[in-house]
Design a protein around this ligand. Structure first.
Ligand code: MN3
Length: 224
């Protein structure tokens, strides 16, 4: 099925992404489009490597981390469990953000509408200003990380985060709506060292309908 913007899992009744199977093991959802779907802005080779190796490795590692924590609990050998907890935070956050990232991309250039556009106007002063802020946050990440537009249920508003690695510099509770991967693996084949060019290009394929769907789910979860 090709993405139309309505790509949240039907199996969860349009709720938040389900990242595990029935046994609770982390699993990678299928890409919602063919690997060359986002050309020329996002090239097929990068997408292939990114999804098949980088994202998949995080899923495998998160399962290993979760198993190590469970074994430590079962055996009472808790001396080094903190290391597994740190790794799970890193790998599961990678799995969550990558899973969202694929659904945040589409072929059609668009802009926010409806409630999402209204909140963007209220919280940032308009789409152009949000675009400038999200771009600046993404381009300026120290090392590897993400720019994130999220919904903060404790305030009922939108927020832009600059996330280092996959799990640092966050606010508790924030539900990501739209995420920009600025790890070098996300762009280096095509854009080389030109991260800003990649982020600018990405705005041609951001799926604002998906972000709007995610806002509706986040507000529902928050009871707002
Ligand atoms: Mn990545």
């Amino acid at each position: 099925m090709l993405p139309t913007g309505r790509v949240l899992s039907e199996s969860t009744g349009g709720g938040i992404d389900r990242l595990t199977d029935a046994e609770g093991k982390f699993v990678q959802a299928k890409l919602p489009y063919p690997e060359d779907f986002l050309e020329p802005y996002y090239d097929a080779e990068t997408l292939h490597l990114h999804y098949t190796f980088h994202h998949a490795a995080a899923v495998t590692a998160a399962n290993n981390d979760a198993r190590a924590i469970r074994e430590a609990v079962d055996t009472g050998k808790l001396q080094s469990v903190d290391s597994s907890m740190k790794k799970l935070s890193y790998h599961l956050s990678s799995h969550i953000l990558h899973s969202i990232f694929w659904t945040n991309l589409t072929k059609k250039k668009g802009e926010p509408s409806g409630d999402l556009a209204k909140l963007i106007d209220r919280d940032f002063g308009g789409f152009d200003k949000l675009k400038a802020l999200l771009t600046a946050a993404s381009v300026a990440v120290d090392g590897s990380g993400w720019g994130i537009l999220g919904y903060q249920p404790y305030t009922g508003g939108l927020t832009v985060l600059q996330c280092e690695n996959h799990e640092k510099l966050l606010q508790w509770g924030v539900i990501p709506l739209l995420v920009v991967d600025v790890w070098e693996h996300a762009y280096y084949l095509k854009y080389r060292n030109r991260r800003a060019e990649f982020v600018t290009a990405l705005f041609n394929i951001l799926n604002w309908e998906n972000a709007a769907d995610r806002l509706a789910v986040a507000q529902k979860l928050a009871g707002q």
